[in-house]
Design a protein around this ligand. Structure first.
Ligand code: BT5
Length: 263
C-alpha cells in the first residue's frame, strides 16, 4: 500500500463530485494535530471546504484532553474547515453530517455495517474505528468557523499488548484487506457534500436517530457533576441526548462534557 501524497489525494478527489470539499488541500506527512493546523488556516481566512490531511500525528487529540492514537501510514486523519451560516447552537449538526458521510462511504465501499454511538464514535462489531472532534470559533451569536477532525482506523492491526485492543478495530481487521485511504477520503467527501446540503433539514437528525445504537439502551454517563445511569430516549434538533434515570428524571446531555458507556 502506497503512502499518502498530495498528488494521490488530488487524483482521488478529481474522480468524484465533492462540491467545495477538497478544492483546497494541505497534506503533511507528519503533523502535531490536523485540527491544530486547520484552526490556524481557518484563522488565516482559509475557505470553507479546505481539507488538512496527515499521514501521522504526533499529538492527535480526542475530546476532554484525550489522545487519538494512529500509527504512521495506517489511518485517514483529516480536518475539514466549515463556515456555515448556522447559529452556534446547531454546530453539532456538522459532526452529525461528517459521521453519516463516513458511515455511508464505508458501507458503500466495503459492505460493512457501521454502528453510530452517540456522540462521536463510529463502530464495527461493537468496537470503535472512527473518532470525530469538532472545534469552533464563535463570536457573539455568530459561528466564524468550525473545524471537524476525523480519524478513521483503516489499515492498522490493533492487538495485545496495545491497550486499545479490546475496544478498537479497523477496516482492515473487519474486512481482511488493506484499503486505499485517498479513495476512501474522496468517497467520504462525496457523501459529505450530500449531507451538507441537508444540514438544516430534519432528514439529518432522522438519519442519526435511525442509525444510533445508543437510543433505547441503558447507558452510564460521566458528566462534570458525577455519574448516573439511565435510558437513552432521544436525540434533539441540536444533537443533544435525552436520558431518563430510574426516578423518571430527564437529563439533556451535550457532547462537549460527557463520556458515555453502554450497559
Ligand atoms: C474522539 O475523542 O474520538 C475524537 C478523535 C478525533 C481524532 C481526529 S484525527 C484527525 C483530527 N486531529 C486530531 O488531533 N484529532 C482529530 P474521544 O471520544 O475523546 O475518544 C478518545 C478515546 O478513544 C481515547 O481516550 C482512547 O480510549 C480511544 N482511542 C484513541 N485512539 C483510538 C483509535 N485509533 N481507535 C479507537 N479508539 C481510540
Amino acid at each position: 500500500m502506497q503512502p499518502l501524497s498530495t498528488q494521490r489525494i488530488r487524483s482521488a478527489l478529481a474522480c468524484v463530485e465533492t462540491g467545495q470539499f477538497g478544492t483546497r488541500i494541505t497534506y503533511q506527512q507528519q503533523v502535531g494535530s490536523t485540527n491544530d493546523l486547520a484552526r490556524k488556516l481557518a484563522n488565516n481566512h482559509a475557505p470553507e471546504g479546505t481539507l488538512v490531511i496527515a499521514d501521522e500525528q504526533t499529538a492527535g487529540r480526542g475530546r476532554l484532553g484525550r489522545r487519538w492514537e494512529a500509527p504512521p501510514n495506517t489511518s485517514l486523519l483529516v480536518s475539514i474547515i466549515f463556515r456555515p451560516r448556522l447559529p452556534p447552537l446547531l454546530a453539532y449538526r456538522l459532526v452529525m453530517a461528517c459521521g453519516l458521510a463516513v458511515a455511508e462511504a464505508c458501507e458503500e465501499r466495503f459492505g460493512v455495517i457501521v454502528e453510530m454511538k452517540w456522540p462521536n464514535d463510529l463502530q464495527l462489531d461493537g468496537k470503535k474505528f472512527v473518532g470525530i472532534l469538532p472545534e469552533s470559533a464563535i463570536v457573539g451569536d455568530t459561528m466564524i468557523w468550525t473545524v471537524v477532525g476525523i480519524g478513521v482506523n483503516v489499515n492498522q492491526i490493533i492487538a495485545s499488548p496495545n491497550p486499545l485492543a479490546g475496544t478498537a478495530t479497523s477496516l482492515r481487521m473487519v474486512t481482511g484487506q488493506k484499503h486505499d485511504r485517498a479513495a476512501l477520503l474522496a468517497h467520504v467527501m462525496t457523501c459529505l457534500n450530500k449531507w451538507y446540503d441537508r444540514l438544516e433539514k430534519d432528514a439529518l437528525i432522522d438519519a442519526w436517530r435511525s442509525r444510533c445504537i445508543t437510543l433505547g439502551r441503558r447507558i452510564q454517563a460521566t458528566i462534570p457533576g458525577g455519574n448516573f445511569t439511565g435510558l437513552a430516549e432521544d436525540i434533539d434538533t441540536y444533537g443533544a441526548l435525552w436520558v431518563v434515570d430510574n426516578a423518571g428524571q430527564r437529563y439533556r446531555l451535550t457532547a462537549s462534557e460527557v463520556t458515555l458507556r453502554h450497559m
